[in-house]
Design a protein. Structure first.
Length: 124
């Protein structure tokens, strides 16, 4: 195949394919309501809500990433759109263990969900 198309053509095809992948990665504006919980408990303990704010804070301080767990069980990873990426735990720490409403750009890929946070407020 290389002989038929040449290395330049294959390189161009690869660049276009990568470009198309990035084009599909566009997030959509959205709102997510859920508990701020540490990712370890969300997965390993199958919790529907945090045990306590103190527990979520302790786990986050120990290195566990905070996530947003919806009432439907969906987990949203708070991500950064900066390069290099900036962790979001500091931004969510005051809400650890509490119900929040997060607005931002929502991404989905292969069953995973993420949100670039534009605002986060305690749920009423």
């Amino acid at each position: 195949m290389i002989a038929r198309y040449g290395l330049r053509t294959l390189a161009l095809i690869a660049i276009v394919a990568v470009g198309l992948q990035f084009a599909r990665a566009e997030g959509q504006p959205g709102t997510v309501k859920g508990y701020v919980i540490d990712s370890s408990c969300a997965f390993t303990k199958g919790l529907s809500k945090p045990i306590s704010s103190e527990c979520a804070v302790a786990c986050a301080k120990a290195g566990s990433q905070l996530v947003i767990l919806t009432s439907a069980g969906a987990i949203y990873w708070p991500i950064s759109d900066a390069t290099p990426a900036v962790g979001q735990n500091a931004r969510l720490m005051e809400f650890a263990g509490k119900m929040v409403v997060v607005k931002g750009k929502v991404y989905q890929r292969s069953g995973s969900r993420a949100i670039v946070i534009s605002s986060v407020d305690a749920a009423k």
